[in-house]
Design a protein around this ligand. Structure first.
Ligand code: ADP
Length: 490
């Protein structure tokens, strides 16, 4: 189809075929008022050539031409599919050929010499027919185009609806997943979609994409979340462009905060256990050397009663030390196994403190610390006497051990329903950051090289005090001493 002019059709073409140029010119002049494009050929072959490239509304064909005559040309025109339906008007001087011309596909004929108005009128009928045909074809083409466009629009719309539904379906699934997932736009780096778990993580806000490589390697990162800083293992992957989607990156986040904590706790527990084992072997071994020595001496020579007493006193002290250590170990397994049973009876706390100070008199003498007991003469309550003795003994031993030979002040008092025991020394003191820790199992704030001990005394004190419904606290300043206070309901 020829190109379309705005609001109309292209002027149709008329082909004039005549071997005589004068005839061609005359005919052109006759048809010019029709305002159509006129093409001319001076032979049948020339006409066929033009027909290869052009469409014509009508062909005016001279019958008598040298070479290929009009009838042969008409036959050739009718043979070609492209020009089969192009109307041919024969020009002839011989009326005898009239009938023959119809056989060769003519739609009309004009007898020379012709009347110009008649020729013009005949030609204009075919031009109009042609143009009408063209208009119908164009309308059809326009209709078809519109149909195609409507169909395309419909297809696009239904595809959009399909995609939207797919997206909603996918988002619903991703929102149900407990793992935080982020879809990051590959080009802009902005978060394209974050599932509900991710939103919950950052309090409904859009999370920032983490800076990781999107190659499937797990990355550990800390993130500010609703729950404070948390540790995650983030894994990223590239999703190439496809299925109507741009290139994306997906990040999945696994919260390992608790795992990390447990890992650190476990490592710490292992470290504490290892430290304890080395301290325990050292502590249990230490009394054995003087013990062995005294026993050897006792075996070797005759002893005077005084010498005997002295040596037995050393043996006795070391045995006490050993049994105290073993008792602590037994207490650990008893307490952690939930078998700390208290048998309360009437106990005088002041009396227990005095007895303990007496029992520790040789240690305090050795260290140089004088124990001064003040307060109420008697503070009676309902407690387990053995355990109360353990509390006073542990606190007083510590005051002697860490008291640097300076005086120790023990105060026993009561107010309302509570008894209070405070043990104050003027020794090495405890740094603020250590003060909470020392009540934990095996925790120590001093080096084993300087001070022996299992790191169990204060833990045992706290366990007993808390099991009795009371509390134990410490106030201390490094270099200025410590005050341990126990409060017990009576
Ligand atoms: P230990 O057997 O090590 O003395 P404890 O549980 O009795 O175990 O004490 C824990 C830690 O608390 C000690 O290692 C020490 O660092 C600190 N501590 C306890 N009592 C005192 C005190 N009176 N003055 C200074 N430090 C103390």
């Amino acid at each position: 189809m020829t190109s379309e002019f705005e609001g109309g059709v292209t002027p149709s073409s008329i082909l004039l075929v005549d071997d005589d140029p004068a005839n061609l010119l005359a005919l052109e002049a006759v048809l010019e008022p029709l305002g159509q494009r006129i093409m001319k050929a001076r032979s049948g072959e020339g006409a066929l050539r033009l027909l290869l490239e052009h469409d014509f509304a009508v062909i005016l064909l001279d019958l008598r031409m040298p070479g290929m005559d009009g009838l042969e040309t008409a036959a050739a025109i009718k043979q070609r599919a492209k020009s089969r339906h192009t109307p041919i008007i024969f020009l002839t001087a011989e009326t005898s050929l009239r009938l023959k011309s119809y056989e060769y596909g003519a739609v009309d004929y004009v007898v020379k010499p012709y009347e110009p108005a008649i020729v013009r009128s005949k030609v204009s009928v075919f031009v109009e027919l042609y143009e009408r045909g063209q208009r119908i074809l164009q309308q059809e083409a326009r209709l078809r185009q519109k149909e195609i466009e409507a169909l395309q629009l419909q297809t696009r719309e239904s595809r959009r609806v399909d995609q939207e539904q797919q997206r909603l379906w996918l988002e619903t699934i991703l929102d149900l997943m407990p793992t935080p997932l982020l879809f990051v736009h590959a080009e802009t780096g902005r978060v394209h979609f974050a599932n509900r778990a991710s939103h919950e993580l950052v309090g409904g806000k859009l999370p920032a994409p983490p800076e990781i490589a999107y190659d499937g390697t797990p990355h550990e990162l800390t993130w500010q979340t609703n729950d404070g800083m948390r540790t995650f293992v983030a894994t990223g992957a590239e999703i190439p462009q496809g299925y109507g989607h741009e290139a994306m990156r997906i990040v999945s986040l696994v919260d390992v905060t608790r795992l990390k904590q447990v890992e650190a706790e476990l490592q710490n527990a292992v470290r504490i256990r290892d430290d304890f084992l080395s301290i325990a072997s050292h502590e249990l071994h230490t009394p054995l050397t003087p013990l062995k020595l005294q026993i050897e001496r006792l075996q070797r020579r005759e002893q005077t009663p005084t010498q005997l007493q002295e040596k037995l006193a050393v043996v006795g002290r070391q045995v006490d030390r050993l049994s105290n250590l073993v008792r602590q170990l037994l207490d650990v397994s008893r307490i952690t196994g939930g078998r700390l049973r208290l048998t309360p009876e009437e106990v005088d706390l002041t009396a227990v403190v005095r007895d303990t100070a007496d029992a520790l008199s040789s240690e305090s003498r050795q260290s140089g610390s004088v124990i001064d007991i003040r307060g109420e003469d008697s503070v009676v309550g309902h407690w387990d006497p053995t355990r109360i003795e353990q509390i006073t003994s542990n606190l007083l031993s510590n005051a002697i051990k860490y008291g640097q030979g300076k005086p120790i002040l023990v105060q026993v008092s009561h107010d309302n329903g509570n008894a209070r025991l405070s043990v104050h020394d003027q020794g090495i003191g405890i740094a603020p950051e250590q003060q909470a820790r020392i009540f934990d199992r095996f925790e120590r704030a001093v080096s084993v090289r300087h001070y022996g001990g299992f790191g169990l005394g204060l833990w045992i004190v706290r366990q007993i005090v808390e099991a009795s419904g009371g509390q134990v606290t410490v106030e201390s300043q490094v270099g200025h001493g410590s005050t341990f206070t126990v409060e017990l309901p009576r």
